[in-house]
Design a protein around this ligand. Structure first.
Ligand code: DUC
Ligand code: ZN
Ligand code: ZN
Ligand code: ZN
Length: 482
């Protein structure tokens, strides 16, 4: 059974061309003129893009006394409706829990996924068992380990633990990820704000200023450099964090930065809305920032100092958000975005000239496929690649409304956004997974995508060797040639 996608313009990270795409089974088998198949999808007037990859989701995640409300079923339905064909979720072991046991739990939950998925393993505690189990995690197709520098008393790891884990990652050819916020400073600011009577959602932003993120990003980069390992910084929201990444890259370090579509398009004024529910629904960490930071993130995407746009999709209902009535530190942190990432980024990025179409594909799919070592199986439109494709209609319009979304929650942080440019058809693993507003992929149709380990290189090897090579020591014990 073959499907020919005909008459469209194929847009990849490095090329825009008029071409048909032929799909056979789960794969792309040809890209070129005049292809025919058993079934034909008319893509005239539309773009054919690699399926989106969202490397940052929290589906059915236990967090802050509850579980995020989109699970792998509703979450991946939302993903497919929005043109995303692969999600990478975070496996979070409980304190002292075996990583392998936690991984089995996450596989169980992900059995409901409608699109392909993968996991990052979180290092939520440190000890001999974690050290010993990390190779087995890598052997099971997970080459990334996430570290929370915030959420003190819960998920946070300290610098010594982070350094130990980063060194282990270096040995294993794995890459550490960080949630970069100084958790000690955040905890102090939270207590200070509460003591001063600031209990509402607006205080959430004040408790996590850009400095706590900039400091932690820089610290994680320096620790990664000492461990000789590359680093991926999730949800980069501010100029300080972006600048630390840019500086590190300029120094030859392999450091990657991931802004979220929310931080690019929503600002800190959202927390000042007098409606408690409205503001609390937008509480996430890091918080939304002002225009200056947004401009910095957009510039980073265009210039290449930031590489990926994700969502950190972590959806809580209004009822769940109300756990924090009277104490902003108890509002479950998280916002949705899986369904809207591509169309919002297109409308606010491509339609405004901030991103080219090719840059759009790079930051929504191709770059992360390369970083996570699944390229060109994912993130490409090439013979042999998985047939994960989006037929994107640049003329289609819609106003975002929670009432019509696939996500299971009762609001949408982008409510009222006027979009121009929408996925018309999504193919996932060679099958039509979404068409005409309807998700067709079945619950459980998604596959686990193994990601082999990388070569263990932190910065360009020559530079790194110069840094670590023992200097010749003169008899007196004073290094020679100083
Ligand atoms: N930030 C959130 O807002 N939610 C989930 C975890 C995180 O780091
Ligand atoms: Zn985070
Ligand atoms: Zn997250
Ligand atoms: Zn059209």
């Amino acid at each position: 059974m073959t499907i020919a996608i005909k008459g469209g313009t194929v847009v990849t990270a490095d090329l825009t061309q008029k071409a048909d795409v032929l799909v056979e089974g789960t794969r792309i088998v040809a890209v070129g003129p005049d292809l025919s198949g058993d079934e034909v999808i008319d893509a005239s007037g539309a773009y054919v893009l690699p399926g989106g990859i969202d490397p940052h989701t929290h589906l059915e995640m236990p967090f802050m006394g509850t579980f995020s409300s989109d699970d792998f079923d509703t979450g991946t339905a939302a993903a497919l409706a929005g043109g995303t064909t692969m999600v990478v979720d975070f496996c979070l072991p409980a304190p002292e829990q075996s990583l392998i046991e936690a991984l089995q739990e996450w596989h169980q939950k992900a059995g409901k996924a409608r699109c392909d998925f993968s996991f990052h393993m979180a290092v939520t505690w440190w000890g001999r068992q974690v050290f010993d189990e990390m190779p087995e995690v890598v052997a099971r197709g997970i080459n990334t380990f996430k570290h929370f520098m915030a959420y003190k008393g819960a998920l946070m790891v300290n610098d010594d633990e982070m350094f130990a884990s980063f060194q282990r990652c270096a040995e294993l050819g794995a890459m550490p990820l960080v949630h970069a916020e100084n958790g000690d400073v955040v905890a102090s600011l939270q207590q200070k704000l509460l003591a001063e009577g600031n209990r509402g959602p607006e205080a959430h932003g004040y408790s996590r200023p850009p400095q706590v993120e900039g400091e932690a990003t820089n610290r994680a980069i320096m620790i990664a450099d000492q461990a000789g390992v590359p680093l991926y910084v999730v949800h980069v929201s501010c100029e300080e964090s972006h600048e630390a990444i840019r500086r590190a890259r300029q120094a030859g370090m392999r450091v990657f930065g991931e802004p979220l579509v929310q931080h690019l398009t929503l600002d800190e004024g959202e927390y000042l809305n007098p409606d408690w529910d409205y503001a609390a629904r937008r509480v996430m960490s890091p918080p939304f920032r002002n225009r200056k930071h947004q401009d910095s993130l957009w510039a980073g995407l265009a210039s290449g100092s930031l590489q990926v746009v994700a969502t950190d999709h972590c959806a809580f209902t209004t009822e769940q958000k109300r756990f924090g009535l009277g104490d902003f530190t108890k509002i479950p942190n998280g916002t949705g975005g899986l369904e809207d990432r591509l169309a919002v980024l297109w409308t606010k990025g491509v339609n405004t000239g901030r991103l080219t179409m090719n840059e759009f594909v790079a930051v929504t799919s191709t770059n992360i496929a390369k970083i996570l070592n699944v390229y060109p199986r994912k993130g490409a439109i090439l013979p042999g690649a998985d047939a994960d494709l989006v037929i994107f209609d640049p003329h289609a319009t819609k106003t975002i409304r929670a009432a019509t979304q696939k996500s299971a929650i009762d609001y949408n942080v982008f409510e009222g956004f006027e979009l121009k440019g929408l996925p018309a058809v999504t193919l996932s693993g060679g099958r039509i997974a979404y068409r005409d507003g309807e998700v067709r992929a079945e619950t459980g149709a998604g596959r686990f995508i193994e990601r082999p380990s990388h070569a263990p290189v932190g910065r360009a090897l020559s530079t790194w060797k110069d840094l670590v090579a023992p200097r010749p020591v003169a008899r007196s014990g004073i290094p020679a040639g100083v």
